[in-house]
Design a protein around this ligand. Sequence first.
Ligand SMILES: [Zn+2]
Length: 310
Amino acid sequence: MPVSFAADVKNELCRKKMRSACCQKAECYGMLLMGRTFQESGISLTTESSAAAQRIAQMTAELTAAILSTRTVLRRASHPASVVSVDDERDRARILDFFGHTGREVTLRLNRANLENECCPASFLRGAFLTCGTVVNPTKDYRLEFVVPRMHLSRDLTALLGELPVAVQPGVSQRKGAYVVYIKGADRVSDLLTLMGAPKAAMEVIQMKMLREMRNQVNRQTNFETANLGKTASAAARQIQALQRLLDMGLGLQALPENLRELARLRYENPELSLRELGEKLTPPLSRSGVNHRLQRVTELAEKLCRRAE
Ligand SMILES: [Zn+2]
């Protein structure tokens, strides 16, 4: 089974080394808060990334000495997922206390006290993404999402995303009872990936955007050339039509001035030739612009002669 782009991003995020205690706390908080449940009666989250499951278990143990258990379940057409949960009641109480929660909140909100320094929102978002985030493969679209089951948390997350040093312009939509906080556009998705700690994936998004722009430019160029070809063809058609009428009306090419006759005959007999090729057949040869100029005169004169003869 090919590894998805989102799974690649999560693996890259999980390789990030933690440098400061404040950010470790913020990331751990992001992972736990954005999980399925974060309360007295249960703390659990489900992730398809085994690296993320390992990371949260390790971080939580380091920070709070609580033990997390991990079991593998088959979800969505036999994609394996890890369910991470805190089974011991005292462990849950310790974790909730550590992050300044009671575990009995009616509406769960983001406790900003866990984002101590300027560096911490990025780490919190990395944690949140590992638990509830996904990102579309950039060959299809530029879109990154956090699927949040609770409305107030989705609002707090949107507010936090709106305060970042890079403008990612989050939007919110609803899907199957969950709140989807999304970021759209190659530059914004790439900026957020960089901020969260996945510069390699961010680069892939930008490279895909550049490739697509280049391809569009080539297409535009091709369309432009096709249009020009159409113009050339229709000019030739008009010239030949005018000469045909001249012949049909019995006037003949000799009705044209002598210096234009040879070119008129060449054009009439060779509708497929370009101006340059016509010029090369003339004696003496004539430049492309010279041919263009004379053919215009041929057409105008032929049309005028026909009108006069009618
Ligand atoms: Zn920090």
